[in-house]
Design a protein around this ligand. Structure first.
Ligand SMILES: [Ca+2]
Ligand SMILES: [Ca+2]
Ligand SMILES: [Ca+2]
Length: 325
C-alpha cells in the first residue's frame, strides 16, 4: 500500500513537471512570436522610412533645379531660407519627413589647397587669413597650411613645416598620407596639427568639395569668410547688411545678382583699391541636402551632396551617407 502511494506521488510530480515545462515552452513561444511581430513591424517601418527619405531627396532635387530654371540665376541666403521654409516638415502617417538645405560654397573648400590648383598661392593666403579670423594661434598657421598641402599633394616631399609619409609612419598608430583630394572634412583630423581645439575653431567654415578651384559665393559667405578675401578685411558685416534685402541700409540692399556686380560694389561703395574678384561668384553649384524621416521608433537621416550645373541646371548626386557628410 505504501509503495503504491509513493508511486502515485512520483507520477504526480512528473505530471506537474511536464505541465510546467509545457507552460514555459508556451510562454517562450508567445514571447518569440511577439518579438517576431515587433521585428517585422520595425523592418516594415524602416523600409517605409527609407522610401519616404528617397522621395524627400527627389523632391529636394526638383526644388534645387527649379530655383535656377524658374526662380533666379543667383543664390542668396534668402533662396536657401525659402527652400528650407517650403520643405520644413511634412506630416505623414505615423511620423514626419523633413529636408534641410545648406550651401556648400559659402565655406572654404579644403581641396583648393591642392597643387593641381592654378590659384594655389591665392587660396593659401586666404586660408591663413581665415585661420587668423577664426582665432587660431598664429604660430600654427604655417604648420596647418603646409601639412594640409602635403596631405593633398602626390609627392612625399615635405613642405617647410609640413608632414609626409615619414611623419605619419612614426606615430604611435601609424598611417599613410592620402596624397590625394579629401573626401570628407573629418579627414582633416588625421592631418598633422589639426587637434580637437583647432577643429573646433575652424569646422564651421571649412568643407570638402570633389573639385579644385571652386569659388566662394559672396551672397552666402559669412562675415568671417568674406573678411578672409583679399581687400575685404573689415568689410564683412557691412557686406552682409548690404546684401540681405532688409531695409536697414541705403546701399544696394539686395543680393548680388550678376558676376561683376560685386566687383563694382567693392571698388565703388566699399572703396577697395585694385579689388580682384577672382574666385568669387554670386551662385552655388554644390549643396548639402539633409533629409530626415521619423516614423515610430525609426529615425532615418540621409546626407546627400548635390551638384547643380549652373549653366544648364543639370543635377548630379555626388555622395550619399547616412552619417555626417
Ligand atoms: Ca537661386
Ligand atoms: Ca604628399
Ligand atoms: Ca609634399
Amino acid at each position: 500500500m505504501l509503495k503504491t502511494n509513493n508511486q502515485q506521488g512520483v507520477a504526480l510530480i512528473i505530471a506537474l513537471l511536464v505541465v510546467s515545462l509545457a507552460t514555459v515552452l508556451a510562454v517562450s513561444l508567445v514571447n518569440h512570436l511577439h518579438y517576431d511581430i515587433r521585428r517585422t513591424e520595425n523592418i516594415l517601418r524602416l523600409d517605409q522610412a527609407q522610401l519616404y527619405n528617397v522621395n524627400a531627396v527627389e523632391f529636394g532635387i526638383l526644388l534645387i533645379k527649379a530655383d535656377l530654371k524658374v526662380n533666379n540665376k543667383y543664390d542668396s541666403l534668402g533662396d536657401i531660407r525659402l527652400f528650407n521654409d517650403q520643405t520644413a516638415i511634412f506630416p505623414v502617417d505615423g511620423g514626419s519627413v523633413s529636408t534641410h538645405l545648406t550651401d556648400l560654397q559659402s565655406c572654404f573648400n579644403l581641396n583648393n589647397l591642392s597643387k593641381t590648383n592654378t590659384e594655389l598661392s591665392r587660396y593659401r593666403t586666404q586660408y591663413i587669413t581665415l585661420l587668423g579670423n577664426l582665432g587660431v594661434d598664429s604660430n600654427l598657421y604655417t604648420t596647418l597650411t603646409d601639412s594640409l598641402i602635403d596631405w593633398l599633394d602626390k609627392d612625399n616631399i615635405n613642405e617647410p613645416q609640413g608632414a609626409e609619409f615619414d611623419y605619419y609612419i612614426g606615430l604611435e598608430k601609424p598611417y599613410r598620407t592620402a596624397n590625394n583630394l579629401m573626401v570628407s572634412p573629418s579627414e582633416l583630423r588625421l592631418v598633422k596639427g589639426y587637434t580637437d581645439a583647432v577643429m573646433k575653431l575652424i569646422k564651421s567654415e571649412v568643407c570638402v568639395l570633389p573639385a579644385v578651384n571652386t569659388g566662394i559665393n559672396i551672397n552666402t559667405a559669412s562675415s568671417i569668410m568674406l573678411e578672409s578675401i583679399a581687400g575685404l578685411e573689415g568689410h564683412g558685416d557691412r557686406i552682409i547688411k548690404d546684401r540681405d534685402a532688409k531695409p536697414d541700409n541705403d546701399d544696394d540692399d539686395a543680393p548680388f545678382e550678376k558676376a561683376g556686380d560685386f566687383k563694382k560694389y567693392a571698388s565703388g561703395t566699399l572703396n577697395v583699391k585694385n579689388f580682384s574678384d577672382t574666385g568669387l561668384q554670386v551662385y552655388s553649384e554644390y549643396f548639402l541636402l539633409e533629409s530626415r524621416t521619423q516614423l515610430g521608433a525609426g529615425d532615418i537621416k540621409l546626407f546627400s551632396m548635390i551638384y547643380r550645373d549652373n549653366s544648364n541646371a543639370k543635377i548630379k548626386l555626388i555622395r550619399q551617407t547616412s552619417g555626417a557628410l
